[in-house]
Structures are given as C-alpha cells and as structure tokens.
Design a protein around this ligand. Structure first.
Ligand SMILES: [Mn+2]
Length: 392
C-alpha cells in the first residue's frame, strides 16, 4: 500500500521535500554511530517512533544503534542527555513532538556538545526561534498561512512510506497517533478508507466510544499511568508483531498482555473519576468563576484529562490542573468549547507578570511548568492575562 495515494500530499511540497531529504540523509549518515529518539510520552509520540524504527530498520538493517526515550512534559531539563550521548556514542538526536526542546535556551545548551539535532514538531513555535548550528528544525505550523497542524504521526508515517511498504495495520497505527491528538477527522480521505476497511473498529459515531478509540485511550493511559518510566523495548516488540501478526486486535492484545495497558487504564480511570466527582460537587455552587486553577496530589499524569472534562462541562472558561513532579508543578490548561481566546496568547501575555519554567502547546490545550511555591503567582498572573486577551 502507498500512503501518499490515500492520503494526498502535504500542502507545501518544497517544505516536504526539504524535510524528508534531511530526515533520510541524516539517518543514513548516522546509522552506525548511534541515533537517539526522544519522543513525547503519548499516543502521537509513540506512534511516530514506530515509523522512525521502521525507516531505521530498512536503512541500517540492525537495531543495536537506535535508542529511545519517552519524555514527559515536565522533564524539561536535559542535564542527563550529554552524558547519555557520550556513553552510547550517539551523534544524532531525533526529537518527535517535544515542545520543550524547541526553546532556544534549551537547544543552545544541548548543541554545545557538538551533536546533531533533528526536530519535528507541530506545537506552536517559540516566539524567538533562531537558526541554531547543528539543529534541523521542522514544524508543520510553519507550512503555510493556515497554520496547518499535522501531528507527528502522519509526518512520520509519510516519511516511512517513502522507504518501506507500509502494511494496512500500520495505517491503523498511524491513526492511533492522529486520534490521540484529536486530528483524525482532519484527514477525511484517510479516515474514510479506515472506516470502510475496518467497520468493526469504527463502530460508533463518537470515535472515543468506538473500539478504535478505546485502543487509543489504552495507549495514552499506558504513558499517563507510568510517569517517567520508559517502556522497555516496546517499539521493537511492536515492529516484530506488525511483521508477524495479521490481525490488528491481536497486535494490541499482545502489547496489552506484555505491558499491562489495561492495568494502567484502570489506575488512570480510578484516579480521574475520583477527582472529577469530588471537583464537580464542589464547583456546582460557584458561578462566574473565570479561571479554575488547582494542584492535585495525583499519582498518574492524568491532570490533562481532568482539565479537559471540567472544561467540557463548562465549569469555567479556562481550567488548569496541576501535578507535582519533583520540585515543580506541571499544569495542564484547557478551555471550554464556547471560549474563543487562545491559551497560547494568554501564556504570552502572562509573561509580562510571571514566566513559567516552560509553557506552550496548542490554542485549546497547553501546559505550563512552574517551580513549587509559584502556583499562586501562576494562577493570579494567568487570570490577569486572560482579562487582557482579546476574545476571538
Ligand atoms: Mn503531538
């Protein structure tokens, strides 16, 4: 199968040419000296890494020099990285879907080690992005004036499509990443093809209630339930399963029994339900609250789900839920459906009063990391910035 035929082309062909040539050339050039993939610990990052594995396997024909690390949003300090690259003789770092690493200060400190960085992202670009020696930077938000948002999964799948024959199961794998980033509907032809070929998986109009949506949730839950823990060998296991198995559900079942997706999901669900009940009860009485900003003592990294549900229930125009990570608080910010202000715009205005350690994401869903003790400053300055942000 050929993904391009069913998918169409990325809007800016020059951008795509440059992007794909750089990717393939760099993987070829560094295949023997070692490559590290740093990926966002969610469905989109996970899926993207699968396709990079696929490219590497084809080009390098051995697996020993490819390394992986899942990165969570609050892991913004890459202090461990320099030593890691040295120990494993890694010369190229490929960053997939990692908003934090595109900050110029972070990149500058990393490239001092003389390593190459290849960055693909679709989060909003930092305000002051400047070319940095050793860094090849591609963000699909820079594609054209429409600010196209192509998740990492589709870009990676298309990159793999150039060098290998993707199986139909891999179309479904790519779709997991797209749905994980709420973007599957942005590719109508691709989506129709999947619906046509796999009716049993897309058995509900509400995608998240379909069998396919449940599989996507399992993968997200797997990462959320295990903050900071890297799933050992999962990408090679997946690759082997894809090559052997014929049924998509069997592949997911095998991963589930080996890595405990369902156990992870139960942990996440129990915790989310507990806080949703608790918070819904305490906010029913309050009206006209413009911003709800809370830090919860959670064990899993599910603050984003809680913020999403509360925002959907319209308990306030904006909701931020925080989570303790070492000496920092990671806030996940979501907005109500009726709210028009962009969270990114608010975060930019907020900098006049208070600057988080890192902050960014998408207009409707973003994250911010602050030092422990700065929670109140964050909440107050965010509220202030909200009032100053033009609606719509
Ligand atoms: Mn993504």
């Amino acid at each position: 199968m050929n993904l391009k035929i069913n998918f169409g082309t990325i809007t800016n062909s020059q951008w795509w040419k440059e992007m794909s040539c750089t990717f393939h050339e760099q993987i070829k050039q560094y295949k023997n000296s070692g490559i590290l993939i740093l990926y966002n610990a969610d469905a989109d990052g996970f899926v993207s890494t699968h396709f990079l594995c696929r490219i590497y396997n084809k080009i390098a024909r051995k697996q020993s020099r490819l390394f992986f690390k899942a990165v969570w949003n609050y892991e913004f300090k890459f202090e461990w990285l320099e030593e890691y690259l040295f120990d494993k003789s890694i010369s190229l770092v490929i960053c997939l879907d990692l908003p934090i690493i595109q900050e110029p200060e972070v990149l500058h400190s990393l490239t001092l080690s003389g390593k190459k960085f290849l960055i693909y992202d679709h989060h909003i670009v930092p305000q002051k992005y400047l070319p940095i020696e050793g860094v090849s930077y591609f963000n699909s938000r820079l594609l054209d004036n429409e600010k196209s948002n192509h998740p990492t999964s589709i870009i990676s799948a298309l990159l793999a499509d150039h060098v290998v024959n993707l199986t139909y199961n891999e179309y479904l794998i790519a779709a997991i990443g797209l749905l994980g980033d709420q973007s599957l509907h942005l590719y109508p032809e691709y989506y129709s093809l999947l619906q046509e070929k796999s009716r049993d998986l897309f058995n509900s109009d509400n995608l998240w209630k379909s069998r396919f949506g449940k599989i996507t949730s399992l993968i997200n839950a797997f990462f959320r339930a295990n903050p900071s823990k890297n799933p050992k060998d999962i990408h090679w296991v997946l690759l082997n399963l894809i090559q052997k198995e014929d049924d998509f559900i069997n592949i997911i079942d095998s991963l589930n029994s080996k890595y405990g997706f369902e156990i992870a999901q139960k942990m996440v669900n129990d915790e989310v339900n507990y806080y949703i009940n608790k918070l819904s009860n305490s906010y029913t009485e309050q009206i006209n609250k413009e911003f709800i900003c809370l830090v919860l003592p959670m064990r899993t990294f599910s603050v984003g789900i809680i913020a999403t549900i509360l925002a959907k229930r319209n308990i306030a125009p904006m909701v931020a839920i925080g989570f303790n990570a070492d000496n920092t608080i990671q806030f996940e910010i979501r907005r109500a459906d009726s709210e028009k202000r962009s969270i990114i715009d608010i975060l930019n205005i907020q900098k006049k009063y208070f600057t988080p350690l890192t902050a960014g994401g998408h207009p409707m869903a973003a994250g911010a990391l602050v030092k422990k003790g700065d929670e109140n400053k964050f909440c107050i300055s965010f509220t202030k910035a909200m009032r100053e942000t033009l609606k719509g």
